[in-house]
Design a protein around this ligand. Structure first.
Ligand code: UTP
Length: 647
């Protein structure tokens, strides 16, 4: 248990696309012909701020609402008391429900939560209650080191909230992912969430229509169509929440990733038209929504936005627009606030922070370097650097990742190797340290600094490169990650190292995964993964991949892998550095579950090729050389070559 206090911020959430399909997808338990529900939500700029402190045996709560009013309650940290408060349905019932749930499954003490600031409007369809539940789950998780990931916090928040009289959907806890957009899939009881990165900033405006909306009525009318569609109207509801919704969401994912505000706005308008056509007849009293439709048709609104739609269950609750620019949004805010008398909230979706995590797999058996690898892991073989130092290969790779901006590094290890590698990055004995020359003492401090960034993840069975990468799935926490082979050296031809070049290229590719490539002569392709595609930038450094071939023959490469405007018999081979996205880990997980192996091992290339086909993927032609150290002859050449200074 940590004794110090800490701060937490949880935003509200807005549903951009797919409302109602979450509960519809849950009906797949009773009717497998229904399609899974899909929604895209995003965290709001506004949210709940709290300071948290562990306490021995009470749950002490204080909340300051947007209007300045303060609520307080202290509950004994006992299951019976927490459950009673949850069931009563009072102001802190959600918090008590989550605390009850956590106290039932974990060993926790009490907590003080001071929600000192709330910038999110309450009861406006932004899921303030779910945000509070996520906040409580996260507070316990961090204070008592419960080791829950984001999904675990969402589940605890949901289980806590359903203990109260309030009813929330499974989508509401999506605010746990923070401010970026997340695509969620609902298939019976199963929920999946994949965060999306946008390439360019998108500016939305949300306005409270100050009209009538009866969510209970909307849900009662729409759920009449489930689980079986027994009449034409019900079939229309199924059609929209199933097939049409999936098409809309698929398109929206692409547009969000590309940061295409204009097309996204158009898609919102299209989604509203489809919603009206298929769902409005099932609940005309609520869904006719005159205020919503009047504002969507307003000439001034049309001039300043690319399009818009209702929010949540719809009706005359809130409306959302994609603004043409920040400036257009300011003008729209003034117009709606002053002339139509609506309350407005800005919403920005910004590109995720660039890559800040790196994975280095170092758990292979290294059979090609036997028997040296019986004595020392190949990732720890020494190499002489251009400035005359002798270091393990792994150190140079960690240094390259850190130089490229990696704040956290996961090294995949065999359990027996963890101690050896951890020791290398740990402080040396004081007596040993004292006998080292000054430059070596400096090196010790440097290694310690690197060590603080490193996490070890165990691969208990050597099931292949793809499997090793998959071991880091939880650790990535759905962020894009840099992957670097643990038995390669990388030598850049420019000031920027190879990993930095790759990350910069990734930042230009709309959040799609990207792999570093280098031009190789035709007689080499049968050793390496080889790719082809279409040039994606005028400089001809980035390609949109159209095919990945694992160690192709020269004949195959000539027939299928040649590039336009590229020297004859030159092909693009895999360099050993990648930026991987959450979608890739999903695919790897599926392939491992389905036992999709090549030569007995789970390979990364198989998953990359599926990602390329389903989601799109890019290749970056690095200005540098990769040097293989995993085979004897290559090791010798690489050692010599790496130690030479660039001229
Ligand atoms: P290799 O393809 O070189 O395989 O791994 P390997 O098992 O290490 O070596 P050989 O083929 O037996 O000689 C590429 C990278 O993936 C890691 C390796 O440590 C290397 O950094 N790897 C490979 C794992 O971490 N786990 C595995 O199961 C396989």
């Amino acid at each position: 248990m940590s004794n110090s206090s800490f701060d937490i911020f949880v935003p509200g959430r807005v549903c951009l696309f797919g409302e109602h399909s979450d509960w519809a997808g849950a009906f797949r338990r009773f009717n497998p012909n229904i399609l899974p529900g899909q929604v895209i939500i995003t965290g709001t700029n506004q949210g709940i701020f709290a300071r948290v402190r562990p306490l021995p045996d009470v749950f002490k709560l204080k909340s300051t609402l947007p209007d300045g009013t303060v609520q307080e309650q202290t509950i004994p940290m006992r299951q019976a008391d927490l459950l009673a408060v949850a069931k009563e349905g009072g102001f802190f019932s959600y918090a008590a429900g989550v605390a009850y749930h956590l106290a039932s499954f974990h060993k926790t003490g009490g907590l003080e939560i001071d929600n000192y600031k709330t910038t999110m409007p309450v009861k406006k369809g932004l899921s303030s209650s779910a945000a509070f539940c996520v906040l409580v789950a996260r507070a316990f998780n961090l204070a008592y080191d419960l080791k829950m990931n984001v999904r675990g916090e969402m589940e605890a928040a949901y289980q806590g909230e359903i203990l109260t009289p309030s009813r929330c959907g499974r989508m509401d806890q999506g605010c746990a992912y923070g401010q970026g957009p997340v695509m969620m899939t609902f298939d019976g009881d199963q929920m999946d969430a994949v965060p999306l990165n946008v390439a360019k900033p998108l500016h939305f405006l949300i306005a409270d229509l100050k009209g009538q909306k009866d969510t209970v009525r909307i849900l009662a009318d729409l759920t009449k169509a489930y689980p079986e569609a027994n009449n034409e109207q019900a079939r229309q509801v199924h059609e929209y929440l199933g097939k049409i919704n999936q098409q809309l969401v698929k398109k929206a994912v692409q547009l969000l990733k590309a940061g295409d505000a204009a097309e996204l706005g158009k898609l919102m308008t299209e989604a509203q038209a489809e919603f009206d056509k298929h769902l409005m007849p099932a609940c005309p009293t609520e869904l006719t929504a005159p205020k919503l439709h009047a504002i969507l048709q307003d000439a001034k609104v049309k001039e300043l936005t690319y399009g818009g739609k209702g929010i949540g269950s719809q009706g005359d609750g809130c409306v959302q627009f994609v603004a043409k620019s920040m400036d257009a949004r300011d003008k729209l805010t003034q117009y709606l606030t002053n002339e139509i008398k609506l309350d407005c909230f800005p919403l920005d979706i910004l590109p995720a922070k660039t890559v800040r995590k790196a994975i280095i797999p170092a758990a292979g058996l290294g059979t090609r370097m036997f028997p040296a690898t019986k004595a020392v892991k190949k990732e720890l073989f020494p190499v002489v650097t251009p400035d005359g130092r002798c270091k393990p290969i792994l150190q140079t790779i960690v240094e390259e990742a850190v130089e490229a901006g990696a704040e956290e590094i996961a090294i995949i290890v065999r359990p027996d190797d963890e101690k050896t590698i951890a020791n290398f990055f740990a402080p040396v004995e004081p007596s040993y340290f004292a006998r080292l020359p000054e430059w070596a003492q400096e090196e010790c401090r440097h290694l310690e600094t690197l060590g603080k960034k490193i996490t070890f993840i165990r691969q208990t069975e050597q099931l292949g490169f793809g499997h090793a990468v998959y071991c880091a799935r939880q650790w990535t926490d759905n962020e894009p990650v840099l992957l670097m082979l643990g038995d390669h050296l990388y030598k850049s031809n420019t000031e920027k190292n190879s990993a930095t070049q790759l990350i910069e290229a990734f930042n230009q590719c709309g959040g799609h995964a990207i792999v570093s490539l280098y031009p190789a002569p035709g007689n080499m392709v049968h050793h390496y993964g080889t790719a082809t595609g279409n040039w994606a930038n005028p400089e001809h450094t980035i390609i949109k991949l159209t095919e990945f071939a694992e160690k192709p023959t020269l004949e195959y490469a000539r027939a299928h892998l040649a590039l336009d405007n590229f020297p004859p018999d030159q092909f693009l081979c895999v360099y050993g550095q990648y930026v991987l996205t959450p979608e890739l880990f999903e695919i790897l997980g599926r392939q491992i579950a389905n036992n999709v192996r090549q030569k007995g091992e789970f390979q990364l290339t198989t998953a990359l090729d599926e990602l390329r086909a389903t989601d799109g993927m890019y290749g970056y032609i690095v200005d540098g050389e990769h040097l293989d150290t995993g085979q004897p002859a290559e090791y010798l050449l690489s050692m010599n070559h790496f130690s030479q200074k660039n001229v």
